[in-house]
Design a protein around this ligand. Sequence first.
Ligand code: CTP
Length: 410
Amino acid sequence: MHSAPSYKIILGVTGGIAAYKACELARNFIKAGHEVRVVMTAHAEQFVGALTFHSLTGYPVLRSLAQGTSDLSATSHIDLARWGDLFVIAPATANFLAKARAGMADDALLTELLAFQGPVLLAPAMNTRMWDAPVTRENFSVLLERGYHSVDPVEGLLACGEEGAGKMAEPAQIFARAITLLQDSTAKPLAGKTVLITSGPTRNYIDSIRFISNRSSGRMGHAVATAASALGAKVIFVSGPVEERFQKSPTGKSIAVETGDQMLAAALDAFDEADFVVATAAVADFAPHEVSEGKIRREGTLDLQLRASTDVLAELGRRKRSNQVFVGFAAEVGESEVEFKKAREKLEKKNLDLLAFNNVSRKDIGFDVEQNEILLFSKIAEPVPLAKAKKEVLAREILLRANELQGKMS
Ligand code: CTP
């Protein structure tokens, strides 16, 4: 008989009257065959006793890091974070949202959350006025941009007697959302597929020690590699010189290159096995006609004659097979019809299926930041806006769309 998967759920409970509903939520998970471990704040214990959750889940509740009441080894304060498949915080109070946004870790719940690397689901609950406070909304939207998920509070009669939005969603609804998230995050739709990624800047040398390069941190490419790995793909990651943490894919093969020609050679080596090509690299566009031997002396002026360098993606595009999906990235300064037209031309010229367009003149997205906002151009449909989010979240979305496209082709 095929049995449903059993998931490990960390249930974080913060101090609001809706904490009693977290008991029902824990019951829902247990009844469906999942394991639940609860971590509570001191304020939550003023509403519901830890013994209630202990009895419901069969495990001691983590109440403080010093206390070590968890049956998990007390050696590490992040044991719970390592254990769970999903972190649900229900209820999530305004105070909790503020602390989580700030990255604070002054209790067991926040510490586990900070160390947790899987999907997080928030079920906010608070008085309407607190929910409507601009600072709460800002904290909440920053958490969503970072990739947290939410079951938003609903309208209703609140415990304080007021009516309005702020009531925690029903446990059944939170449960359903949690299961969908777990299924999505553990699904491997790209299993058996190979994703070839170019990332970071390249360098074109003027003499033995000087070069022309492009601005690029390699964050987006690394995010694509991380998302592709999580989706089960085999990753081949060709990266120019970037900070150590962005230099390698979490899984698969990583090849370090310096020049555009080296990037092309490495990409060509892997090309035959690639189902997807995702070009995030900022290949240095100009190269000196010739590279001077040794070091050019700093005397007078220096006239440099530059030529356009090899277009890695266009070269790959020429060899593209009909079942390969190509995704390019276009960093443009501005977002008017002029830039959009250029994006459409790039799609055609480089033989791409998708082109992720972003406006690097904005300070909040693009270069050197964790977030991006993309307009996804496609050969076959109108451009689709992908809302501002963590680069990894966007990378996942783009890969899933590329996979969908490939499904339609074959
Ligand atoms: N690209 C590439 N090799 C190059 C230039 C660009 O592989 N020499 C790839 C990038 O990785 C990106 C896409 O082509 O996926 C678009 O890059 P972009 O710099 O926007 O395009 P360019 O062709 O350089 O056009 P321009 O600089 O004129 O905007």
